[in-house]
Ligand binder design. Structure first.
Ligand code: UDX
Ligand code: ADP
Length: 464
């Protein structure tokens, strides 16, 4: 079975880049990415490819090459579903903020809406691919809706979790460690559907890196991969606090430990805390699933990863207050970086949101600069926490478009995202512009301590 038309529902951080790369690598397949968000689709269709809604190194060029040829962005969801042989579901699955499982379980309402829309519209057989990260056994719910509300059309449901990391999405898609495809491999129709998706990826990825499993293994593997990665960050962050107390340096420890090939050196960079749309959500999901099977020890084990991460963000903020003579009330604190990591404009669960919220509770005046995040996003992130009236967030937080304004008469400056440009700042000028003593807090271990102390800063870095 050869796939000719792909539809992807959801033009976000996962759907957009993934479909752009599939379209570029498979010129004979038409790929249509649809979304209910009109302004997002308009941005994907902007004449200037630099204005696409997602910042990812290399992505604009790929969109420029494929768009209009075999890559299309549209709000006409029904038409794209109707024409497709294969439909990727790539909508958001946030943590539930209400009802059963509040604060833990994934909210599947967007997935369910997609399933019902597919069932309503489809008149020919479809392969439906779960691309969003989902709790184990979601495919079963999808199948139930499709089989019971559809027009007698046959569906095959596949799980194809995406492992790309933001900021390196294009490289990760071009050269993935593995592609995972879960399907009903014990039936002829299921195996055929899996093979059809394998063929799509085989346009540019070696077949021995394309793994096929049953659906449940695929779903659980995605949660497990993210849980393991987040656990490494929390593990090294837990030791960063011990290093600060004892005189060890967390980078030296990470290097020594990571050179053991059994452990490996990646994901041992101590930081102000992990963010992003996946780690926390997926672990909470894992915890919720474990609890729902009565596996309380399993749930508690993974929950510690989140507890440690929350602690890391809080203690970083608390250290700023403590160091500034136990009060930041009315003091100007400059924040460098708002995105959850460098090279992305995504701010979901960014540590910066929580650090700044803490500082605002202590009545600080905060000035923020991030090279890619828009001001309205920063205010929206703070408003979403609902800690204080929206007007107060606007009165206490100023957003500027360059690093140097952040430093102007500031009592302290904190680096919260590891953007390369912060390494190259004219730090002597930053120092001159600040009030003295000039406190500098490095939440990313980005800056050289000796150089900064030489300039005159009172320098604090995570884990040293
Ligand atoms: C993650 C997974 O890596 C990816 O496979 C999955 O598809 C989605 O979730 P992402 O959240 O985009 O990707 O970025 P990642 O590079 O994993 O970083 C997550 C967070 O951990 C960031 O806030 C990052 O700054 C932090 N981090 C990462 C550290 O603090 N230290 C590290 O050593 C690595
Ligand atoms: P991710 O990081 O998982 O890609 P995003 O929030 O960036 O998540 O993108 C998800 C996209 O899915 C959003 O642009 C949202 O508007 C879109 N979406 C959600 N529900 C639907 C739906 N029923 N039909 C079409 N698009 C949807």
């Amino acid at each position: 079975m050869k796939i000719k038309n792909i539809c992807c529902i959801g033009a976000g951080y996962v759907g957009g880049p993934t479909m752009a790369v599939i379209a570029q690598k498979c010129p004979e397949i038409n790929v249509t990415v649809v979304d209910i968000n009109e302004s997002r689709i308009a941005a994907w269709n902007d004449d200037d490819v630099n204005n696409i809604p997602i910042y990812e190194p290399g992505l604009s060029n790929i969109v420029g090459e494929a768009r209009g040829r075999n890559l299309f962005f549209s709000t006409d969801v029904d038409a794209a579903i109707d024409q497709a042989d294969m439909i990727f579901i790539s909508v958001n699955t946030p943590t539930k903020t209400y009802g059963i499982g509040k604060g833990m379980a994934a909210d599947l309402k967007f997935i369910e809406l997609c399933a019902r829309q597919i069932a309503r519209v489809a008149t020919t057989d479809k392969i439906v691919v779960e691309k969003s990260t989902l709790p184990v056994r979601t495919a079963e719910a999808l199948r139930n809706i499709l089989d019971n509300t559809g027009n007698g059309v046959k569906y095959q449901i596949l799980s194809n979790p995406e492992f790309l990391a933001e900021g390196t999405a294009v490289d990760d898609l071009m050269d993935p460690d593995r592609v995972l495809i879960g399907g009903d491999i014990d039936t002829a129709e299921g195996a055929e559907a899996v093979e059809a998706l394998v063929d799509v990826y085989a346009h540019w990825i070696d077949r021995d890196r394309i793994l096929t499993t049953n659906v449940w293994s695929s779903e659980l593997s995605k949660l497990t991969a993210n849980a393991f990665l987040a656990q490494r960050v929390s593990s090294i962050n837990s030791l960063s606090e011990l290093c600060e107390k004892t005189g060890a340096d967390v980078n030296e420890v990470a290097k020594a430990v990571g050179m053991d090939r059994r452990i490996g050196s990646k994901f041992l960079q101590s930081s102000v805390g992990f963010g992003g749309s996946c780690f926390q959500k997926d672990i909470l999901n894992l915890v919720y699933i474990a609890k729902s099977y009565g596996l309380n020890e399993v749930a508690d084990y993974w929950e510690q990863v989140i507890i440690m991460n929350d602690h890391q963000k809080r203690r970083f903020a608390a250290n700023i207050v403590k160091t500034l003579f136990n009060t930041v009330s009315g003091k100007k604190i400059g924040i460098l970086g708002w995105a959850f990591k460098k090279d992305t404009n995504d701010t979901r669960e960014s540590a910066a949101i929580y650090v700044v919220d803490y500082l605002l509770n202590e009545q600080a005046e905060v000035v923020v600069y991030d090279p890619k995040v828009k001001p309205e996003q920063i205010y929206a992130d703070l408003d979403y926490l609902n800690t204080r009236p929206e007007a107060e967030n606007r009165a206490s937080v100023t957003i500027v478009d360059n690093s140097h304004e952040v430093a102007e008469k500031a009592h302290a400056v904190a680096v919260l995202t590891e953007w390369d440009e912060f390494i190259e700042l004219d730090w002597s000028k930053v120092y001159d512009d600040m009030l003295k003593p000039a406190f500098l807090f490095d939440g990313r271990r980005l800056l050289n301590r000796a150089e900064k102390e030489q300039i005159g800063f009172e320098f604090y870095a995570i884990g040293s």
